[in-house]
Ligand binder design. Sequence first.
Ligand SMILES: NC(=O)c1ccc[n+]([C@@H]2O[C@H](COP(=O)([O-])OP(=O)(O)OC[C@H]3O[C@@H](n4cnc5c(N)ncnc54)[C@H](OP(=O)(O)O)[C@@H]3O)[C@@H](O)[C@H]2O)c1
Length: 229
Amino acid sequence: MRKTIVVVGASKGIGAELVTLFAANSNLQVIALARSIEEENAWRDKDNVFVYNFDLASLSITEDLNRIFSKHSSIDFLINNAGVLVNKPFLELSKNDIHTSYQVNVMGIMESLQFFLPKMLSKGGHIVNISSMGAFQGSVKFAGLSTYSSSKAALTNLTEMLAEEFKDSNVKFNCLCLGAVQTEMLAKAFPGYEAPISASKMANYIADFTLNQWQWMNGKIIPVSLSTP
Ligand SMILES: NC(=O)c1ccc[n+]([C@@H]2O[C@H](COP(=O)([O-])OP(=O)(O)OC[C@H]3O[C@@H](n4cnc5c(N)ncnc54)[C@H](OP(=O)(O)O)[C@@H]3O)[C@@H](O)[C@H]2O)c1
């Protein structure tokens, strides 16, 4: 039977490359979520890919997920890849900058995990949270990224907390702290900088990690980086 993998934040960058990789695997059914994904559906001809518009900043996350998943009962793998980045000096951050960063990078993910987890507990599965090197303890830090990196640090810590709280279940939680990957988000954080890793190369690593590494680790925070930044 096909395993089901959910990618949140699947419309572009690393997330879109992940969906393309998983779509090529006929043993997988892929559920791809992002705010604008239905309009830009690049996987129209794939019968194992289902795309839905979904916003982590919505006021109705649980209702939205209930509607989307009424057609999909079981979930084996979940990749929380969605993220937003604000690059601004700390004193210039608006309330909205801070709120949106924490809503999308932390709170929306927490609320959606309260939806996904009960569906995974009996069968087991692997939840992979995508964080950043800026959120990895002791890493080099960059001015302007305070709300982004601190919100990603919350996601990193949440991974450890959930691994502990659900350690008696068969669901595994791990977190990948990515270094620079050539995407729109990187251009916003470090204009003009060229990353040594493409989105498709990083997606290859994340896909393999998600499908296989749950057998070897739980609650781990792993730096995945070739460069600074
Ligand atoms: N690129 C890097 O160098 C780098 C480094 C460290 C960590 N990361 C992390 O890696 C992940 C992927 O980053 P990327 O570089 O591929 O970024 P990206 O190209 O900007 O893609 C971000 C994805 O998140 C989705 N997203 C944003 N806001 C959302 C919302 N409110 N609800 C649902 N989905 C939302 C976007 O889709 P829509 O806009 O259609 O909603 C998009 O699919 C992020 O978590 C990022 O923080 C990236």
